[in-house]
Design a protein around this ligand. Structure first.
Ligand code: FMN
Length: 219
């Protein structure tokens, strides 16, 4: 073992935008915060040269529960035309970013149900060797963001995925402060719409994921 400093810098991930990669952004959102992050990530990935599929997962809540919350009902109507995710979206993708609101410090049932539909693809090894990441939103500051992102990450390990966390690899990550993924503090009842801090974190995450997806695909 040598303790001498390396004489060459580690190889950087390629930045050639001509290297096509497919990115799937798959999310659940009841009241729109996670949708806003998903859109920011999708737009950034596209600008970075990726082919992007933006997909919501199927709703599980009864219509009566949605109708009882005007913000939820409005958001459901606004996103009615967003295509619903299928396992094929993962087979197509080189990188997948999953988003979910925090539910008691954990992933929402809706996104978890979608993950649970991936058994057949997983059993054939079709989810392996892709780049994965996550994003979330809570009502309270912190509020279980990190436990949600870590819970999501457990599935990526089972897939044999390559988890590309943002870490503190971009100056903006020292502002939003979450190395596990993008996370927004919504404040509840529309108090804190997705802001520049969260958008900057989402952009940093998306750019990093595209860069590593390219590197993995062309390795
Ligand atoms: C059943 C339930 C559990 C929740 N658990 C938490 C929680 O653990 N921590 C928190 O801060 N917010 C919690 N929330 C609030 C949501 O995570 C928060 O409003 C989030 O920003 C919603 O994202 P969306 O607008 O994309 O649906 C919970 C909401 C519901 C309905």
């Amino acid at each position: 073992m040598t303790t001498a400093a390396p004489t060459t810098a580690p190889a950087a991930a390629p930045t050639d935008q001509s290297l096509a990669v497919n990115v799937a952004v798959i999310y659940y959102s009841a009241t729109g915060h996670v949708t806003d992050i998903a859109r920011e990530i999708a737009e950034t990935a596209e600008k970075a040269g990726a082919e992007v599929r933006l997909r919501k997962v199927a709703e599980l809540a009864p219509q009566s529960a949605i109708d009882a919350n005007p913000v939820w009902a409005r958001h459901a109507a606004e996103t009615a035309t967003v295509p619903v995710a299928t396992p094929d979206d993962l087979l197509w993708a080189d990188a997948v970013l999953f988003g979910s609101p925090t539910r008691f410090g954990n992933v929402s049932a809706q996104l978890k149900q979608f993950l649970d539909s991936l058994g057949p693809a997983w059993s054939q090894g079709l989810l392996a060797d892709k780049v994965y990441g996550g994003f979330t939103s809570t009502a309270s500051e912190h509020g279980g963001q990190e436990s949600t992102l870590l819970a999501l990450t457990a599935s990526f390990h089972h897939f044999g995925g390559i988890v590309v966390a943002p870490g503190y690899t971009h100056p903006d990550k020292f502002t939003d402060g979450n190395p596990y993924g993008t996370a927004h503090w919504s404040g509840g009842k529309g108090a804190r719409p997705v802001d520049d801090t969260t958008r900057n974190a989402a952009r940093a995450q998306a750019e990093r994921v595209v860069r590593f997806a390219r590197a993995v695909k062309n390795a």
